[in-house]
Write a protein that binds this ligand. Structure first.
Ligand code: CO
Ligand code: CO
Ligand code: CO
Length: 307
């Protein structure tokens, strides 16, 4: 049902009239120092692509690259335990895995999920006047850059780590109670990069209200100091041709909108008649930073207007 012909969050294969399998794989090198937290973040990130399709993750397998000899095996044990904590929280069963010796530590999961074939949410199917809801604040790429530079406080490190380790489970479960048109999750391409993927080939455009985009306050602070990851500039270079900023949008806000996120939130494309109730539900279930950040507009130029 969903394959290589277009970039989506996961592949989907129809098994029967009632069941489709969602399959995805994700792994990366450490983005935090603490191995237990790194395991949690990598697992939350891998599970997220199933949630972004509107599905329920069911099974997972560990993927490990580990520098045996250079690193204490206890580090790997903690990573796996961190991942397992998130796998359990997701109600998923760990059924296997594979590890190789590798110069650089890597960890992630392959995940299989279930979904009814008629309920699959992709990046396509944007409808005029739909509202765009984002469920986690932006800025983790910039804050991770500040952490690497030794400029972030312990409190900021902990808060950002917790945010990255937060599953998109509740957001997905809440969203699937509504008739949503499209969904994706915000990761390495940044908000505008992922919005661009939704717009390409859609015959629509998007209007984003930058002041409504939930943002970590420290990201504004560190971004103003120039602590912007190289990925943000790559994202901008790649998608600049599709974005139109109004002159009132400051350079740091532009950087944040292109900032690569680790395990970011869901971006939900919601019919406007349901927005108010869905947003209230997300807030009531603890996703208090969820916000409407813009809408789909009837403009076939496939641009993202940011004001
Ligand atoms: Co994704
Ligand atoms: Co992915
Ligand atoms: Co094997």
């Amino acid at each position: 049902m969903v394959g290589l012909d277009r970039a989506d969050d996961a592949g989907v294969y129809k098994v029967s009239d009632d069941l489709a399998l969602i399959q995805t794989v994700d792994f990366f090198t450490p983005i935090v120092d603490d191995p237990f937290w790194f395991g949690q973040i990598a697992a939350a990130n891998a599970l997220s692509d199933v949630y972004a399709m509107g599905g329920t993750p069911r099974t997972a397998m560990n993927l490990v690259g580990f520098p045996l000899g250079d690193m204490d095996i206890d580090v790997l044990r903690k990573i796996i335990l961190g991942g397992l904590e998130k796998i359990r929280e997701a109600g998923v069963v760990l059924i296997g895995g594979h590890s190789v010796e590798d110069k650089e530590l890597k960890y992630g999961l392959s995940v299989t999920g279930f979904i009814h074939p008629s309920k699959v949410l992709t990046k396509q199917n944007l409808q005029n006047n739909d509202d765009l809801i984002l469920t986690k604040p932006l800025g983790t790429g910039i804050i991770n850059t500040a952490i690497k530079a030794g400029l972030a406080s312990e409190q900021i490190i902990l808060d950002t780590t917790k945010l990255m380790a937060q599953l998109n489970k509740i957001a997905a479960e809440t969203m699937t109670e509504y008739k949503i048109h499209a969904c994706t999750d915000i990761t390495g391409f940044g908000l505008l990069g992922h919005l661009a993927e939704m717009v390409v080939g859609s015959s629509k455009s998007l209007l984003i209200h930058s002041k409504d985009v939930p943002t970590l306050p420290e990201a504004m602070e560190f971004g103003s100091m120039g602590l912007v990851p190289a990925g943000a500039y790559k994202n901008r270079e790649f998608r600049e041709c599709m974005t139109r900023f109004s002159s009132s949008v400051s350079p740091v806000v532009r950087d944040i909108l292109f900032d690569p996120q680790t395990s970011g939130g869901l971006l939900i494309c919601c019919p406007s008649s349901q927005t108010e109730k869905l947003l209230a539900d997300l807030h009531a279930r603890g996703l208090v930073q969820s916000a409407v950040i813009g809408k789909v507009i009837d403009d076939p130029s496939q641009k993202i207007f940011v004001e």
